[in-house]
Design a binder for this molecule. Sequence first.
Ligand SMILES: Nc1ncnc2c1ncn2[C@@H]1O[C@H](COP(=O)(O)OP(=O)(O)OP(=O)(O)O)[C@@H](O)[C@H]1O
Length: 460
Amino acid sequence: MNLLDVIPRPALIALGVLVALRLWRRLAPVSYWYLIGFPVKAVRLRWTWRHIASGCGLTKKRHRWWFTTVPGLVASTGVVKVKRRFQRVAVDTKPWMKLPRPLRHGWRVTFHLLDGQVPDDYAKVCERLAHAWRVEAVRVVGSRPGRVTLQASVRDPLTNVQPATPCDDPPSGWTAADLLRPVVGVLESGASWSLDFRLIPHWMNVGATQSGKSNLINALIVALARQPVALVGFDLKGGVELSPYAPRLSALVTNRTDAVKLLAELIGIMGLRMLACREHGARDIWQLPDALRPIPVVILVDELAELFLTADKAEKDEVTKTATALLRIAQLGRAFGIHLLLSGQRIGSDLGPGVTALRAQIGGRICHRVNDPETAVMTLGDLDPDALVAARSIPPGMPGVAIVTGADGRWCRARSGYVSTAAAEQAACAFADRTPSWDQIKASGLGHELDSTDQPQIAA
Ligand SMILES: Nc1ncnc2c1ncn2[C@@H]1O[C@H](COP(=O)(O)OP(=O)(O)OP(=O)(O)O)[C@@H](O)[C@H]1O
């Protein structure tokens, strides 16, 4: 007997539809998500929102007039016991949910806050919501008066991240809008992750060993190499990290004695730029005419701790000079186009008193995977405790993932695009001709008429 004759026709059709849906999901997950997965999820979200909001403590008791023709029915809901048909009763009110909007890896949904609620109340229950909605993560991604927007991620969007900036050599690899805004990876929201030195002049890049700090520097080199900026390297790991990029570095030092001298030179350059700005009545280099604007300098420090460790008295003097110079650059560098990216495994007060003052001046924080909670606290400060939890839960198998703080103090997860040393070296060689010499850096912006081919024009 044929098996198909035994199975009823409706069951066969249902089976066929199920198989087709599974195939669709496997072969074209994006269209499946937008056309089937998300609509089903959205209906479930709306349908279950009252229970979930109540379970997460997001509902409020409100008094309502309640009318029913069948009092027993109302009593059976468990909301309230009603004897009369028309009565003022306390009911659980849920926050109003707007229509969820689909994203590539999840959805966004906005809620109207109930009286007395603040966005922070939602941030505190994100983990509960993630479990209730069966998703990887839920985060607060925006708020305005009376509204809060949450984003749910079905899958971790940071699992596969492509290099943000191609390592090839396009004829013109940058625009004025990109200047000092290198894109190094992606944010959890799917947006580009750019280290915006124009907005946040100095950054701290912290993480345990093998957490992805050097990869971030590689991504930064690839993105900045094509721009008219000077890159200066302080590689206190004996030069093993930054020397492959020497063709695109205007200066590279690999020990502390040379570092002290180079920092002194940079302070001198900063002083000259200060005078130039004063002469032209400008508050910073970005107010100077394009032709006079000095070349921005990005200082890359790898293993900051090595600059601060002391063994004897002679070293102590060097450390004091280093700490003072770095602090001066951190305080004044923004206005004069001198920026810092400080990398290290720990940037804490245990390295010496100068470090705490320096850290306070560094607005941009990038915290890769850390081994101990103190390092996360040192890096991210007293941000939302959830940021610290998120930093501690970065798995070792996801190097490059970091918690990043923005100018508004909000945090988010991000991952740098993978850039091998060879790719960054290739970019450094390809754009070697754009490396300003030390003399060019010193002379730029001081009103010295350089040959226009000598000095790159830097648009504001
Ligand atoms: N965004 C990323 N995507 C994929 N792999 C990455 C990423 N970032 C780093 N890796 C890989 O993780 C490993 C460690 O990265 P990296 O050398 O940047 O870590 P690190 O923090 O600088 O380590 P160390 O302090 O020991 O030098 C490398 O093999 C690198 O290829």
